[in-house]
Design a protein around this ligand. Sequence first.
Ligand code: HSE
Length: 297
Amino acid sequence: MQVRVKVPATSANLGPGFDVAGLALTLYNTFVFELQENGLEITGTPPQFANEDNMTYQAFAQAAQRCGLEFGGVKIDFSGDVPYTRGLGSSSTCIVAGIVAAFAFKNHNPDRQAVLELATEIEGHPDNVAPAIFGGMTVSVMDNEKVKTLNLPIKNDYRFVALIPPFTLSTEASRKVLPETLTRKDAISNVAHLALLVASLLNGDDAGLKQGFHDSLHQPYRGKLIKGYQEIMDILAQDDKVLGCYLSGAGPTLMALISEKDTLGVVRIKEELGELLEDWQVVKLELDTRGYTVDFE
Ligand code: HSE
């Protein structure tokens, strides 16, 4: 029997919701697992990832131990479109897929909350894994190692224009530049802007979004690591049809939110940003509302 797990990309933080808010996008990685007598076989990845350190395999092995799945060996075939180390949740897709597959071999219908708990333990924060599991937009709170996630019923007519640079930025490097403490002013500013963002999204009030995406906790520090960051953000801020923009996850991808009615948005954004986007990929995405899917073959 093979277990096929398809996991959406995610965009975390959404400006002020550092380690809290995230959403799933219509870009996917697919992983096919098959148990074998012994050994590990990984196909579809660059050779440097085809070994026991592979994140998907590590998550699979940890989940197998957690749920009591005994296995001699496993084959994992990978295929997908989520760019690696670009702030679009590629590592979350690997972790979620590994856990779901192990749980699914043991019990055909894995419990999504159990997947969330282990995925958060492995990833260290819930904001990317939660939307990959539940779909849509999520907010997650960690209390004493327990994670609580809620879905926000936001409109499905936003379009997410991902501006993906040709260079990578690891989450580790991107977290290292963050200060240990914040001033009270910055802390209040983030609480206020996250509240405004969530209220605007829930009320379907696009007028509050641009301001709501404002962040003082991570973007100002991380922006310095990304060539063209400030110029791009300033130009997007001036575009009346761009509803908001933020650094996706730990970066370096920047995300511009537009309405589905803004059918020429991508062309306009590319024109406005011109050479700043040299060699960048521009991809228009929608909200994924399902989270991961699992099939048996
Ligand atoms: N909240 C995380 C961060 C997302 O910004 O570092 C990336 O894993």
